[in-house]
Design a protein around this ligand. Structure first.
Ligand SMILES: [Zn+2]
Ligand SMILES: [Zn+2]
Length: 407
């Protein structure tokens, strides 16, 4: 068997939340494959669930990441749609069966044998390793073109969070100027939904459980109104006014008060995934003929259309860009502060040229040498290749993965 393409990623090896360097092989690029040098990768909530094995399905060691933006390094002889140097993206999945009902209808995101970009199983039975890595090999049909004008860091989360809200908006006609859209929750998905809604020319109301995000919604994001869902007066006043609602909240919450906000024949779409079942008394949708749907990520075509639309309207996700070593310092400082003890033994020997030294953030205090060159390669964008992007506004991966460190 031919040797695979050497790759270096950051893998979770257990549910502790630690990610550490991991050398592995990408498949040998085939004629219809695109080899992508990863520049940015978003941190999706799904990644955090996988890292911590919240769903009991983590295929350790696992390299997370499915909101990937990079540059084409090379293409196979059968690829004419992309060339070296193109800026491209890869989202939640990187292959599907191509023959099932969903695939034949252009809904390959609902293919029962979808190959996920990370923590999936590919055609050869190997675990798929995601975008927290330096290189990716993907079939040309699952590669998305990223418009030149979009800042790449902010474009990365669009590959999952963006298409997850854009796809149902288009599918259910919640993209028509003048219509009134409600967006429930203002996290990674919600804030992008507001931007798309405004770009579609809609009236957008943000619905949130508290007043905390009012300024962000009405100010920077340009929403038209803000509704506190825990305030019955406000909710009553807004009843029957919305054409559609995108519910992005993944914590358990009642949906009947949200359905009350819809006009007759209004459409609500659930894209957040609370672990507890939704409570839905039949009368909440019978009166007014209301409709409730779910949606998950989006097809390749929707993803491309979404990015093209985002490029045209200058839409990106709000991101905080963090380097892969950022957590070492921040986490170490926080831990030391907590323990009120000084950092133990630091090694004084200088690392060899081209390498830098990191200190283990656990109690062992061990120093280790980490080669920049493995990440940097000879392509441009050297420094961003080590970066991750947080796709959730006001959200730090270190809060969610507090023990993220180099072993
Ligand atoms: Zn995601
Ligand atoms: Zn299929």
């Amino acid at each position: 068997m031919a040797e695979g393409l050497p790759a270096l990623g950051w893998a979770a090896r257990d549910a502790s939340g630690h990610l550490s360097p991991y050398s592995f092989s990408r498949s040998v690029p085939k004629d219809d494959d695109v080899t992508i040098k990863v520049l940015f990768c978003g941190i999706c909530h799904t990644d955090l669930h996988i890292i911590k094995n919240d769903w009991g399905n983590a295929l350790y060691p696992i390299v997370p990441g499915h909101e990937i933006v990079g540059v084409v390094a090379s293409v196979g002889s059968g690829v004419s749609s992309f060339k070296a140097g193109d800026t491209v993206g890869v989202g939640y999945f990187l292959d599907s069966c191509r023959t099932c009902y969903s695939c034949s209808k252009g809904y390959e995101n609902f293919c029962p044998t979808l190959t996920l970009t990370s923590n999936g199983v590919d055609g050869g039975g190997a675990t798929t390793q995601g975008g927290f890595s330096d290189v990716l090999v993907v079939n040309k049909d699952y590669v998305i073109r990223v418009p030149d004008n979009l800042p790449l860091a902010g474009a990365a989360p669009l590959l999952c969070a963006g298409v997850t809200v854009y796809s149902p908006m288009v599918e259910y006609g919640l993209n028509a100027p003048g219509k009134h859209l409600g967006v429930v929750g203002l996290g990674g998905l919600g804030h992008v939904a507001v931007k798309f809604g405004k770009a579609f020319g809609m009236t957008v109301t943000v619905i949130s459980s508290s007043d905390r995000k009012r300024d962000e919604a009405l100010g920077r994001l340009g929403a038209d109104a803000f509704l506190v869902s825990s305030d019955p007066e406000q909710m009553k006043a807004a009843a029957g006014t919305m054409d559609g609602i995108i519910d992005t909240v993944s914590a358990g919450h009642p949906i009947v008060p949200l359905l009350d906000l819809l006009k007759p024949m209004g459409q609500m779409v659930v894209v957040g995934a609370p672990s507890k079942p939704l409570e839905l008394p039949a009368f909440a949708i019978i009166g007014g003929g209301k409709r409730l749907a779910g949606s998950g990520t989006g097809s390749v075509a929707h993803c491309q259309a979404m990015l093209d639309f985002a490029g045209k309207h200058g839409i990106t996700a709000d991101v905080e860009v963090v380097k892969m070593d950022y957590g070492q310092h921040r986490h170490r400082a926080a831990r030391e502060e907590r323990r009120q003890v000084p950092l133990r033994h630091r090694r004084r020997r200088q690392p060899p040229a081209g390498h830098r030294r990191l200190t283990c953030a656990t109690q062992c205090g061990r120093a280790l040498v980490w080669s920049r060159k493995r990440f940097a390669g000879s392509q441009p964008h050297e420094q961003v290749n080590e970066s991750l992007v947080c796709c959730l506004s006001s959200f730090h991966i270190w809060d969610a993965v507090p023990d993220f460190h180099v072993k």
